[in-house]
Design a protein around this ligand. Structure first.
Ligand code: MN
Length: 275
């Protein structure tokens, strides 16, 4: 399609997805689907980027690692070497019951996350066409689409790995030390993380991130994942508080969902992201 290597393309997109949203004061117009709890099903059924490309752990093609997410296997990242793909859950759909229900997981992963993957691939395909034709009339829209769907794809990929059956409890080792140093203790951290997540207006995320300048941890929220975060941070623990993540089981009781989430946190995964 063009001379840009997949690796370079990924770096550009990863940077775009994580950095474009960070432009201070940027208030990008919301794609229509952003207010409905997640992206709508793709309107363009002709696009080739469907779940057929789903990566499996151990695929030889998935040998590239995103430097921004160095703890994640490329197969977990949702990138097959050519295009973005829906990464398989690292457990069964019902594995997080009763905390996160099977129906929500199927809808959340198979529909909402897939729509982000397809939207990201579609935006990149259209941007490639723009470069070939020299017609950049839609570049503003497509840049926003890249940020919206790219952030959605990257954050959901972290999210699935952030939780595990038999999770919960407290972290240990380096992560526990970093949490203690940054927040004054695990309880204090969790108090802030849960309160911040519950206070997100509308849809969004609660995030534990590493800020490299001070080498410390911060709690952040992204009310619109395409435009609210901070330059240079790396998500360690992300909590999806879009309604599609909990409404089937918990309706409007986001707090109960957040409490349930703490029972399935995969602290080993979170710790592995703190390199
Ligand atoms: Mn979600």
């Amino acid at each position: 399609m063009n001379e840009i290597s997949p690796r370079r393309k990924f770096i550009a997109v990863a940077a775009g997805a994580l950095i474009a949203p960070l432009i201070p004061f940027a208030r990008f117009a919301q794609p229509a689907e952003a207010n409905s709890g997640g992206p709508a099903a793709p309107a363009d059924n002709s696009r080739q980027s469907q779940v057929t490309g789903t990566a499996r752990k151990g695929d030889s093609v998935n040998n590239w690692r995103n430097p921004m997410e160095s703890s994640m296997k490329s197969s977990e990242m949702g990138w097959n070497g050519k295009e973005y793909v829906l990464p398989p859950l690292p457990y069964d759909y019902a594995a997080l019951e009763p905390h996160i229900d099977e129906a929500t997981m199927r809808l959340h992963h198979d529909k909402h996350h897939l729509a982000y993957v397809n939207g990201l691939n579609a935006a990149l395909s259209k941007l490639a066409a723009s470069r070939e034709s020299g017609d950049f009339a839609a570049v503003k829209h497509l840049s926003r689409e890249t940020a919206f769907h790219g952030s959605g794809h990257l954050l959901h990929t972290v999210f699935w790995n952030n939780v595990t059956p038999g999770g919960g409890g407290e972290p240990s080792g380096k992560l526990a030390e970093a949490i203690s140093e940054s927040f004054g203790g695990f309880g204090a951290f969790m108090g802030q993380f849960k309160a911040a997540s519950a206070a997100v207006e509308g849809s969004g995320w609660g995030l534990l991130v590493h800020e490299p300048m001070a080498d410390r941890l911060l709690v952040m929220t992204a009310e619109k994942h395409q435009n609210l975060t901070a330059w240079g941070v790396k998500p360690l623990l992300v909590l999806d508080v879009w309604e599609h993540a909990y409404y089937l089981k918990y309706q409007n009781n986001r707090g109960a969902y957040i409490d349930a989430f703490t029972n399935v946190i995969n602290w080993s995964d979170v710790a592995a992201r703190l390199v």
